[in-house]
Design a protein around this ligand. Structure first.
Ligand code: PQQ
Length: 252
């Protein structure tokens, strides 16, 4: 039988999964931050990632419904507020639309989800299903990729501002608050997992949930890469250059 890991080894195991499998290592992410993508390819990224953004509060609502104390629910509901916004405060989804606006995509087209890659849809839906079907501990553990997001967000934002003339600070405003929110959320989720994985099988389940989530992120970038970079195999029904663009005041 597997032995129980100490708290420090368990945490180190989680961090190693991120070091080896998180999407900061993906070639599409590296091209994005190094300025190696065309405007069309950046549009494809912004369009597809909107679907991930739109489903995050949905998956958090499933988790919220399973939490048994007001303290835990108060903590978790903040995530939904961050994405959906509230009176007088733009949420993350709205800010992502500012990003797709900024790269010239039509809002209604983006929100419709028409044109996103099947790979994006399947990966994101798998994440939502995972939190519905697995234990609460695994559902919470699957958010732990956020332990690693502040670094990749910083690199991505700096790189995009430096390399793309069609990207401004306003376009990327979505990312302004994310590192602080991600740290708060992942500190909480990490403490929860360290405290609540009390048997070796539960520790294994937490590690596996984090591996699964790394795959959810990786698969989304794979889909973008194969369709829009190499070999550039755009599936039927997926967005193509020039589609879903904003009407720039009749200049069409
Ligand atoms: O830009 C990124 O690289 C990145 C990564 C992740 C992540 O690691 O899942 C999230 C986000 N951003 C993000 O903006 C976000 O709201 C978010 C929520 C979650 C989650 O699993 O609950 N991950 C992420």
């Amino acid at each position: 039988m597997k032995a129980m890991m100490g708290r420090e080894d368990f945490e180190a195991g989680l961090r190693q999964i991120g070091a080896e499998r998180y999407h900061h290592l993906h070639p599409f992410q590296q091209r994005l931050q190094n300025g190696d993508l065309s405007k069309t390819q950046v549009q494809a990224w912004a369009l597809n990632r909107y679907y991930y953004q739109s489903q995050i509060p949905v998956k958090d609502a499933y988790i919220l419904a399973r939490l048994r104390t007001p303290e835990l629910r108060r903590e978790w509901r903040q995530r939904i507020i961050d994405h959906d916004g509230e009176e007088g405060q733009r949420g993350g989804i709205e800010k992502w639309i500012a990003l797709t606006d900024g790269v010239g995509l039509d809002r209604a087209y983006v929100e419709s989800g028409v044109g996103i890659l099947a790979g994006t849809r399947f990966a994101v839906d798998a994440y939502v299903h995972f939190v519905q079907e697995r234990t609460l501990l695994e559902a919470i553990a699957s958010s732990l990729t956020e332990l690693f997001s502040p670094t990749v967000i910083g690199t991505r934002v700096r790189g995009m501002l430096e390399h793309y003339d069609f990207i401004s600070k306003e376009t990327l405003a979505y990312f302004d608050k994310r590192p602080v929110q991600a740290k708060r959320d992942s500190d909480f989720a990490l403490a929860y997992c360290l405290d609540n994985a009390r048997r070796p099988e539960e520790q294994t389940a937490v590690l596996d949930a984090l591996r699964f989530k790394c795959q959810v992120l990786w698969a989304q970038l794979d889909a973008l890469h194969f369709a829009y970079v190499e070999p550039g195999m755009i599936p039927p029904d997926a967005w193509r250059t020039g589609e879903g663009l904003r009407d720039e005041g009749g200049a069409a």
